[in-house]
Design a protein around this ligand. Structure first.
Ligand SMILES: Nc1ncnc2c1ncn2[C@@H]1O[C@H](COP(=O)(O)OP(=O)(O)O)[C@@H](O)[C@H]1O
Ligand SMILES: [Mg+2]
Length: 251
């Protein structure tokens, strides 16, 4: 007797994505699946098209051609908030947070909890949920009520990733999340990214840091001047090979 189980749909599938800005082709043709509990690194030199691709998946840009599917369903994002509503969250290098606000307000930015008939801010509720989330993900901050600007860069990036985890229903995109951080802070943020994977998220991370790619990713996809060179399991490639694919120079 056999038990038939349906294959779960891939959280994120990109098929034949192409992007032109006027006459310039920023992305030639891009195909990628990112599975649940998988980290895929997107690498390439400056101007290769990495951020453009992240912006397409997060609804900021429309692809010129091609299709995005979430959990097996083709989607068209009207804008970034539409993509967020459909479960795609993004973390940028330049921390899209509000420094003068408390941590809990940053966690709920644009999606604040309210209470009562006139909808006053439920600060207590937001602070409580924020504290639970940072505790769960082991992000050490003085308090959910601390002002964001009093935290270190690593703590702030930790908050940005907690926010993405809280709101994402499956897909987290990270565009150079550790580019502005020191070594110790980078290590903490990498731990957090691995936790996203353990929670079953589909994670796509843009990184310049090849050691980081080999430390945390399962697969790597290489873009060179808008062309997808290859997608490989990290266990099937080497540092040198990835660098050769990025630069187009075979060493
Ligand atoms: N809004 C835009 N308008 C015109 N060209 C753009 C725009 N955004 C990106 N590009 C171009 O697309 C290419 C890829 O850029 P980008 O995705 O930012 O690269 P990366 O993130 O890999 O460094 C570059 O040639 C860049 O100049
Ligand atoms: Mg970029």
């Amino acid at each position: 007797m056999s038990i038939i189980t349906a294959e779960p749909a891939t959280p994120l599938r990109l098929t034949g994505i192409r992007k032109k800005f006027g006459g310039i082709v920023a992305i030639e043709q891009f195909d990628l699946d990112v599975g649940a509990g998988e980290i895929v690194a997107l690498v390439g030199d400056n101007g290769a098209g990495k951020s453009t691709l992240i912006k397409i998946i997060s609804g900021l840009y429309q692809p010129s051609e091609g299709e995005i599917s979430l959990n097996g369903e083709p989607v068209v994002f009207r804008d970034a908030s539409d993509a967020r509503e459909k479960g795609v969250e993004v973390v940028y290098q330049d921390l899209a947070l509000v420094p003068e606000q408390p941590v809990y307000m940053n966690m709920f930015l644009g999606r604040e909890l309210t209470k009562g008939p006139i909808g006053i801010l439920d600060r207590k509720g937001m602070a409580k949920q924020t504290q639970e989330l940072v505790d769960t993900l082991d992000v050490r901050i003085p308090s959910a009520r601390a002002t964001l600007s009093d935290l270190s860069g690593g703590q702030r990036q930790g908050i940005a990733i907690c926010r993405a985890t809280h709101w994402a229903s499956g897909i987290v995109l990270l565009d150079e999340p550790t580019a502005a951080l020191g070594v110790a802070e980078t290590a903490k943020v990498e731990e957090l990214i691995v936790k996203l994977k353990e929670r079953g998220m589909a994670v796509l991370i843009v990184s310049h840091n090849m050691d980081q790619v080999f430390r945390i990713a399962d697969r790597v996809s290489v873009l060179r001047r808008g062309t997808q060179v290859a997608t490989k399991k990290l266990s099937d490639t080497s540092h040198n090979e990835v660098v050769a694919m990025i630069t187009g120079l075979v060493s």
